[in-house]
Design a binder for this molecule. Structure first.
Ligand code: WT7
Length: 657
């Protein structure tokens, strides 16, 4: 999306820092000084920053990292010991035990909100931790969490952290198959789920999905069920456990395990350009330092502020900016069960008014969807509590940025456009409210400790200076960086460190403009970004070809008004199969059940043949152009085995927009 109007937006002048940010945590001068210090001596810089959290055993070493392909190794604070849950709860009890830690806002406004204090959070987390221990979960074991946006999701994460178990959250929108794959790949001992999940007035049958998934998992996997709605579910004696009942009976006292800084805190599966989703492994110490520092500084979070990140805990944004970052800082964090448009398009703003939200953090896709409903939905509410607005998930198009600034922020709230990834643990390139002037659509400048490097896509030459384009790499490690791919360190190295030697490769393209600001221009690999959610085209393709009537499939992204990118599938049917509208619907439904609704193809084109090279490689460049309705310049098609297939694909293209 950024590409379209980038030229004019870039030329536009910077938006100055609005009044009221003179005393922001980071001033323009402090940003420059601290950034320079973080580059000059990372050991000294992070050695100091590491003290923002409590250590059971202080570290004596800070950075020990290696980006060389073949020997990649990332360690931070490696001899330190800590407990993440104790940092997010216990250490606040003396000073803010009665302060609200989590405000839970339910799906429907008629249901009352819940206000959970740090003391209550401690009680719940200890009880849940004891329930896990009673089920035989020990330090180092994996626990899959398949929960909706309810407080128990945060309790479950922190309960795992408390006993040293590694959680792996599976987004509640994922299918039973996707859940089973993640339970099996992580060799989880238990899955924590709920009966059903209300969302936008509808209910997802989570427990039924878990039942279906568990048919493909070891019999020993326990199923801990949170009875959230009270809806009827099936019950397998001996396997299913009523968590809330057991929590009621459990002890509210549970010691926090001393974990090494490098012990994994969680695994989160994410899509890549090839193969099945990877288990991204995050550490305990470095991750927490980075999540807490970015939450505080990027949003200029001050004691007493109400912070709302609208993401789902099923994504990394929810991990770092609903749970770990805010709670490590003793913040009050809002957790929202619903969707932006239910019961109406004013829901976000109603919640901001109701809970007097100070920092609001959402995705461009939500802004675009609400923009389409008209500003009157925003204007109905008192948004005077808002101070900082955030954006995350994909490049924000300047129109959406300007609308967000004008109608939501009333021109007085800095917008922080935070570029980062599941792999990075926290913000990488972002403005800071009191320190960095913004430009609509630009992620602006690197966070402390982050060294962006622009390389030529082919050849990987470093591109110096400003006003340049290339692929975005990072030159050195930062504490929040992922440590490995679960069970496959080789894949970690190959995915991120092989193509451009000595660098971490983000997979994104970028431009560094005349002012040195970074503009992320989108993925340069076979990953598409649908409503801020990452999808591997290979995953959708393999779901499609798993259907009996499909011979071959190729999937690409195309520009979509609301979603940013939509999913465009070219499908070759088995010999003799009729291409019908019903079959089209059937395939969409098929992908939804194989992966989940977020992977549903938006457009399916019947393709009698796909453009292939003589060696059989599909030329995606051509398919992308056709899907973008931009086939004027298809480039060189002479290497195709049968160039005539291209004409047929153009004639029958689906996106004539
Ligand atoms: C990809 C990572 C980590 C947050 C949620 C998505 C894109 C993310 C921005 C932004 C431009 C962005 C990139 C990145 N992306 N934020 N502010 N501006 N692009 O996490 O699923 O790991 O996806 O999202 O393409 O590589 P993710």
């Amino acid at each position: 999306m950024a590409g379209k109007d980038q030229g004019t937006a870039e030329a536009a002048s910077k938006h100055p820092i609005p009044p009221g940010f003179e005393n922001a945590l980071v001033s323009p001068e402090a940003y420059k000084e601290m950034y320079a210090a973080s580059m000059a001596d990372p050991d000294a810089f992070w050695g100091e920053q590491g003290k923002r959290i409590d250590w059971i055993k202080p570290y004596t070493k800070v950075k020990n990292t290696n980006f060389n392909f073949g020997e990649v190794s990332i360690k931070w604070f490696e001899d330190g010991e800590l407990n993440v849950a104790a940092n997010c709860i216990d250490r606040h009890l003396a000073t803010r035990g009665d302060q609200v830690a989590i405000i839970w806002e339910p799906d429907g406004p008629e249901t009352p909100a819940k206000h959970i204090t740090y003391r209550e959070l401690h009680d719940k987390v200890c009880r849940m931790a004891n329930v896990l221990k009673d089920q035989g979960i020990q330090r180092g074991d994996r626990v899959v969490i398949y929960l909706p946006m309810i407080p128990e999701a945060a309790y479950a994460m922190l309960a795992c952290a408390r006993i040293g178990a590694i959680h792996s959250i599976v987004f509640a929108g994922f299918s039973p198959d996707a859940l089973a794959n993640r339970i099996n790949d992580s060799e989880a001992k238990a899955v924590i789920t709920a009966d059903t999940a209300p969302r936008g007035g509808r209910r997802t049958p989570l427990k039924a999905n878990a039942d279906a998934a568990l048919l493909h998992c070891k019999d020993s996997v326990r199923c801990l069920v949170v009875k959230h709605t009270g809806d009827q579910t099936t019950w397998t004696e001996g396997r299913d456990i009523d968590v809330l009942a057991l929590m009621g009976a459990a002890s509210a006292d549970c010691p926090a395990e001393a974990m090494n800084a490098e012990d994994p805190l969680f695994i989160l599966y994410t899509s890549g350009s090839t193969g099945k989703p990877k288990g991204v492994v995050h550490s305990s110490g470095g991750y927490l330092v980075y999540a807490s520092m970015t939450q505080q500084m990027t949003f200029d979070y001050k004691d007493g502020d109400i912070f709302w990140c609208t993401a789902d805990v099923g994504w990394v944004t929810g991990h770092s900016y609903i749970v770990y970052g805010p709670l490590a800082n003793g913040a009050t964090t809002v957790m929202f069960e619903g969707v932006p448009t239910y019961p109406d398009a004013g829901r976000f703003w109603a919640v901001c008014e109701k809970h007097k939200v100070n920092q609001f953090y959402t995705a461009p896709t939500a802004i675009r969807a609400l923009m389409g409903q008209g500003p009157e939905w925003v204007e109905k509410y008192d948004l005077s509590s808002l101070r900082v607005l955030g954006s995350v998930g994909e490049p924000i198009n300047p129109e959406a940025w300007v609308w967000y600034d004008k109608h939501v922020g009333k021109g007085r709230c800095p917008i922080v456009d935070t570029f980062w990834q599941t792999e990075t643990g926290g913000h990488m390139i972002t403005s800071l409210p009191g320190a960095i002037e913004t430009k609509p659509g630009a992620a602006t400048l690197p966070f402390f400790g982050v060294k962006p490097v622009v390389l030529t896509a082919e050849g990987g030459q470093v591109v110096e200076g400003n006003g340049v384009d290339g692929v975005l790499c990072i030159g050195d490690s930062w504490p929040g960086q992922m440590r490995t791919v679960w069970g496959d360190h080789q894949r970690f190295q190959e995915t991120y460190f092989q193509q451009y030697k000595g660098y971490y490769f983000t997979g994104d393209g970028c431009r560094r403009d005349e002012d040195g600001y970074y503009w992320i221009t989108g993925r340069v690999d076979d990953v598409i970004n649908v409503s801020g959610h990452r999808m591997g085209t290979a995953e959708v393709e393999s779901a499609l070809v798993a259907h009996a009537k499909v011979a071959e499939a190729a999937v690409v992204g195309y520009p979509h008004e609301i979603k940013g990118q939509g999913i465009y599938a070219y499908v070759t049917l088995m010999n003799g199969v009729e291409p019908t509208e019903d079959l089209r619907k059937e395939l969409v439904k098929w992908v939804r059940t194989e992966i989940g609704p977020i992977a549903s193809p938006d457009l399916i084109q019947w393709a009698p043949g796909l453009p292939k090279t003589r060696s059989g490689k599909i030329m995606r460049r051509i398919l992308r152009k056709i899907a973008e309705n931009d086939f004027g310049a298809l480039g060189d098609t002479s290497t195709l085995a049968d160039p005539s297939v291209v004409d047929d694909l153009i004639d029958n293209r689906m996106n004539r927009g």
